[in-house]
Design a protein around this ligand. Structure first.
Ligand SMILES: [Zn+2]
Length: 218
């Protein structure tokens, strides 16, 4: 098993409970490292991971322009890609049960409102519908970035699976007693290189599939 490529694009079935308590800091920007860790290096709204080095920002759930006193309040801050943060901007809709508002990953089970069908976001509630309109999840740019990323992850994953198989064989070979000394040295060097290749890909995939990393065993 484990042949499906790791993907960050699956909304959570339960609300996010914050694990960290950073600060207090006087500038919102100072929370960025904690937020990245808190939200597994993925945008809380569209789930895009920051692995490609794209620009990620501190997002104010309740906008700074209207809720100045919450501008450095950790519970009001999210980790978001620049696209989602920019599109949301100063927009604000007071959350109401069953109403149209911007989904809040710490208050809502995101999967009740938004769903990924392959790489397209499908709204499942009024709040999901409004959020999809605000964030324009499926516009060409966003969809294109996701397609490229999914392709890259699939290729890295295929390679990793292949390398792990190779490693098993190599370890078995090294374990044989009748190896010539020169031969053993060569195989051990190959193993060292293979381990570095594996570690690099595991690190990339772990970061790219966010909170799902352990499920994918990377
Ligand atoms: Zn986003």
């Amino acid at each position: 098993m484990g042949s499906a490529s790791p993907s960050p694009f699956r909304y959570a079935r339960s609300r996010h409970v914050r694990r960290l308590r950073p600060g207090p800091f006087s500038k919102p920007r100072d929370y960025i490292d904690a937020l990245a860790e808190e939200f597994y290096h993925c945008c809380v709204y569209c789930l895009l991971p920051d692995v490609g080095g794209g620009s990620f920002e501190v997002e104010h759930y309740r906008p700074e322009s209207q809720f100045e006193d919450l501008s450095t309040e950790y519970s009001n801050l999210f980790y978001s890609c620049r696209g989602c943060n920019g599109r949301k901007g100063k927009k604000w809709f007071e959350p109401k049960q069953g109403g149209a508002y911007i989904v809040n990953p710490c208050q809502d089970a995101m999967a009740d409102h938004l769903w990924y069908e392959r790489l397209r976001v499908v709204p499942k509630s009024k709040a999901g519908q409004l959020s999809s309109e605000v964030f324009r999840f499926n516009d060409d740019d966003s969809a294109g970035v996701r397609e490229d990323l999914a392709l890259m992850l699939a290729e890295v994953w295929t390679r990793l699976v292949d390398f792990r198989k190779k490693r098993k064989k190599l370890v078995k070979k090294i374990g044989q007693h009748n190896l010539a000394e020169g031969e053993r040295g060569k195989l051990e060097a190959a193993l060292q290189k293979l381990d570095a290749d594996i570690a690099r890909r595991e690190k990339l995939l772990r970061r790219a599939c966010g909170r799902h990393a352990t499920e994918y065993k990377v």
